[in-house]
Design a protein around this ligand. Sequence first.
Ligand SMILES: *[C@@H]1O[C@H](CO)[C@@H](O)[C@H](O)[C@H]1NC(C)=O
Ligand SMILES: *[C@@H]1O[C@H](CO)[C@@H](O)[C@H](O)[C@H]1NC(C)=O
Ligand SMILES: *[C@@H]1O[C@H](CO)[C@@H](O)[C@H](O)[C@H]1NC(C)=O
Ligand SMILES: *[C@@H]1O[C@H](CO)[C@@H](O)[C@H](O)[C@H]1NC(C)=O
Ligand SMILES: *[C@@H]1O[C@H](CO)[C@@H](O)[C@H](O)[C@H]1NC(C)=O
Ligand SMILES: CC(=O)N[C@H]1CO[C@H](CO)[C@@H](O)[C@@H]1O
Length: 485
Amino acid sequence: MRMITTALSLTLFLSFSTVSYGLVPPRTVFNKLSEGKYLTTQELWFNQTLDHFSPYDHRQFRQRYYEFLDYFRIPDGPIFLLIGGEGTAKGIGNDYLAVLAKKFGAALVALEHRYYGKSSPFNSLETKNLKYLSSKQALSDLAVFRQYYQESLNLKLNRTKIENPWFVFGASYSGALSAWFRLKFPHLTCGSLASSAVVLAVYNFTEFDQQIGESAGPECKQALQETNQLIEHRLPASGRELKASFDADDLEIDGDFLYFLADAAAIAFQYGNPDKVCKPLVEAKKAGEDLVDAYSKYVKEYYIGTFGVNVQTYDQKYLKRTAVNEDSSTRLWWFQVCTEVAYFQVAPSNDSIRSSKVDTKYHLDLCKNVFGEGVFPDVDATNLYYGGTNIAGSKIIFTNGSQDPWRHASKQTSSPEKDMPSYLVTCYNCGHGSDIRGCPQAPFSIGGNEKNCTSPDAVRKVRQKISEHMDLWLSQCVDKDSYFI
Ligand SMILES: *[C@@H]1O[C@H](CO)[C@@H](O)[C@H](O)[C@H]1NC(C)=O
Ligand SMILES: *[C@@H]1O[C@H](CO)[C@@H](O)[C@H](O)[C@H]1NC(C)=O
Ligand SMILES: *[C@@H]1O[C@H](CO)[C@@H](O)[C@H](O)[C@H]1NC(C)=O
Ligand SMILES: *[C@@H]1O[C@H](CO)[C@@H](O)[C@H](O)[C@H]1NC(C)=O
Ligand SMILES: *[C@@H]1O[C@H](CO)[C@@H](O)[C@H](O)[C@H]1NC(C)=O
Ligand SMILES: CC(=O)N[C@H]1CO[C@H](CO)[C@@H](O)[C@@H]1O
């Protein structure tokens, strides 16, 4: 166990490299594409409770966080809590939230999600050690951290019992955490921005593939479907050569290979680069060229090359590895998928783009093979706990990108009576988290600049709304002397 109680474990911790080995694939949702574009990467640490729900387990672990105070209006400016998600948190990115922080005179504080990056409580990620990895524990981490940070800020400013107005932010899974934090701890934040927030746990998430078809449009969709049919046809007889032509020789299980190919297409729409996959395929089809060749070229050049995915992270043998390193995010996220939220990206029974072999059984087999008997997601329990799209929160802004396949696990309708607006950013390359990242999300643009969105105005309008809600809710918060006792 990597606990904070011994000096030995501390040094182990610090010896970890800050180098990243790869990016997180789309099923692990929000990508850290902001390499080198940080306001700060100076890491800070605090002692977190391992199990928030045990009355007698008092173990702690070291959790990493970052702060950026250059825009902070001392002493009463708001504090923006940036919620870490299913990946390593390398610093505070210079995206649209930085623009908002400047505008509101806010302090920016980012907490890495437990288990990910350097915030792992254990030296080994074997299944029994993952039992404290859950969204519920993560929400309590945020609550405890928020108190700790407010108190340490008060100490720094030589004052007591003062509360700054807080606002929480997240995108994708951390967008869901952002909404759920406001739901479960309304007294600890004035409001929440839940960007592309996957608040609905879905077992058979067929809408994901369907949205890719819609985002692709008829011509590209057909080319993608034909490509898949060719691949399925060639796989039984010449699987080895086929996999090798995608630089995916390691993927022994056909399902892993087909999942990898499905993700490779999804990524283009999710992150606002539809032409990267559609252009070469449609052109190859028109020219009567081999679609599989065109697709493998795209996968190697774009998905593996530019985007930087590590093919190994699709390999169940690899997912079984329990070492803690920068690439363990995929194993960790699969654990959350396999226990809490599912979002199994299965092929719809009709008209699918991905292979029909990427089905419910594939996912359940993976959960069992990677984590052991009895590990499967109880999505009903998750939705019972949080409410899914019927979330009974307030002062939460939901935003989604029109081309993003994940938006069908988000809240896409407004609930004005509960102060929960929902906005859809609509444009040809508006994807996952476009309100925060602009488009495309790769390459990263400073300040989440919306200039390269096919409709910059669509992004600007939603941002204006976000800003208005924040302004109102923050002002309602500071009016009270102290909204937290
Ligand atoms: C965290 O715990 C360790 C070990 O108990 C202690 O040495 C350290 O001072 C603590 N850090 C903080 C910030 O409280
Ligand atoms: C903190 O406040 C106390 C009481 O007002 C004052 O005596 C002290 O000098 C202050 N310390 C600093 C570091 O500002
Ligand atoms: C998911 O799909 C599988 C296979 O089609 C089916 O057996 C199962 O009942 C579905 N489960 C839910 C909850 O929709
Ligand atoms: C499949 O899709 C077609 C066209 O969208 C539709 O007409 C047909 O009813 C669907 N079949 C099934 C089994 O859902
Ligand atoms: C927009 O795209 C162009 C061409 O790809 C690129 O040079 C430029 O940096 C991008 N601008 C922003 C703000 O991302
Ligand atoms: C406020 C808003 O834009 N709502 C839209 C969100 O997305 C759904 C599904 O596409 C639309 O029906 C809503 O009008």
